[in-house]
Design a protein around this ligand. Structure first.
Ligand SMILES: *Cc1c(COP(=O)(O)O)cnc(C)c1O
Length: 372
């Protein structure tokens, strides 16, 4: 079965194989392993050893995003969050539930965040200390220009938190020329092609030291994770980590090193193209214009046919060896296919064939898009 979902993704067998042994996370050997793993990740983020720390947090992407919001915004603190789609909205909710103030910036799902609009919003409201941006909006498939938005944030003297969860490992991230970024957060189970259970924040050390008791949570405090690593040594954890998942991530990083990040992005882009052009040839309509379509996920308009049924379609695809998302993320109905993970354009061509067969099986005849 190939997982064509935007995480957790299809992994290589050698990555999964790393789960097959018992590991003592409090052992000194594990600490050395972990310190080295953090260094590898820090390099991938283009971070500077003197200015940044790479902090692991057990759990999923929402956890490490919440930890970054809590750590760098004080209670009641105000952050501008471009409304880019499902994940922009999730950042807004995480902010509000943590007792911080999210000020949404209307963007729309079929658009890139306009740096000039961010600049205007910051100029209009001096109480906004931060901008929170989703790099690759997994709801829409649009990739937002973190560098360009970062420049206006820096010019305005404000700070930035980047949700790089579905970007990191494939889309470029170079934090060294981006001092405005307090933290970029991501997980192991998307473009790094490893397994779920661990998130990371690459964060600025000066800002961690300034953050004081902001977090109001012991579990979700990046500054405490940093302080604890200083006290107990690099690679140490405060609470039990998913040690096997980290061992698998190390193997996945070997694979990324061999492939090269540029080649990985090129493979994902080829996956996306194969799918995007392939479904169009089947008579279906991709949800985004080609100019906005990013390489991570593709949404496709549901066909305007009374026989259309997302779950029946998903089940039929599953019986053919391809698993896709079984929920809608867009205002009009679409199905969503992930282009990331240990999969190739040949796999995507297979998926296009399976989509054709699944539509026939569930009795869809008219494939034009459902109109809004
Ligand atoms: C997957 C994802 C997350 C986090 O999802 P979890 O299910 O909490 O791991 C956050 N942001 C984006 C953009 C994502 O794609």
């Amino acid at each position: 079965m190939l997982l064509l979902i935007p995480g957790p993704v299809t992994t290589r067998p050698e990555v999964r194989h790393a789960l097959t042994r018992d590991i003592a996370p409090w052992d000194n050997d594990f600490r050395v392993f972990m310190a080295h793993l953090l260094t590898r990740i820090q390099r991938l983020a283009g971070a500077s050893d003197s200015e940044h720390a790479t902090l692991p947090l057990q759990g999923c992407g929402h956890f490490v995003t919440e930890a970054a919001l809590r750590t760098f915004l004080p209670p009641g603190g105000r952050i501008l969050i471009p409304e880019t789609g499902a994940y922009g909205n999730r950042m807004i909710r995480l902010t509000r539930e943590a007792g911080r103030v999210a000020v949404p910036l209307p963007v729309g799902m079929a658009a890139r965040t306009d740096p000039a609009a961010v600049a205007r919003a910051l100029a209009d409201d001096p109480t906004l200390t931060h901008v929170g941006l989703v790099y690759s909006e997994t709801g829409s498939g649009v990739v937002h220009d973190v560098r360009a938005v970062g420049e206006v944030v820096r010019a305005a003297g404000r700070r930035m938190i980047v949700d790089a969860v579905s970007a990191f490992g494939a889309l470029p991230l170079d934090l060294s020329p981006m001092p405005e970024v307090d933290a970029a957060v991501f997980t192991a189970n998307k473009c790094l092609e490893a397994l779920p259970g661990i998130g990371f924040a690459v964060a600025r050390i000066d800002r961690l030291l300034e953050s004081g008791d902001n977090a109001g949570s012991w579990s979700f405090d990046l500054a405490d994770i940093y302080a604890s690593a200083l006290r107990s040594g690099p690679g140490s954890f405060r609470f039990t980590p998913p040690a096997q998942i980290l061992a698998a991530l190390d193997v996945a990083l070997d694979a990324l090193e061999i492939e090269g990040q540029g080649a990985r992005l090129a493979r994902y882009t080829a996956n996306m193209r194969t799918l995007y052009d392939g479904v169009a040839e089947l008579g279906l309509t991709p949800w985004l214009p080609a100019s906005l379509q990013g390489p991570i996920i593709v949404n496709v308009h549901a066909p305007d046919d009374p026989a259309w049924n997302l779950q029946a379609f998903v089940d039929s695809l599953k019986s053919r060896g391809f698993l896709i998302s079984n929920f809608y993320n867009t205002p009009t109905p679409t199905f969503r296919v992930g282009c990331i993970g240990a999969i190739t354009p040949a796999d995507m061509a297979g998926a296009v064939g399976a989509i054709d067969a699944a539509l026939r099986e569930i009795g869809v005849i008219h494939r034009e898009a459902i109109q809004a």
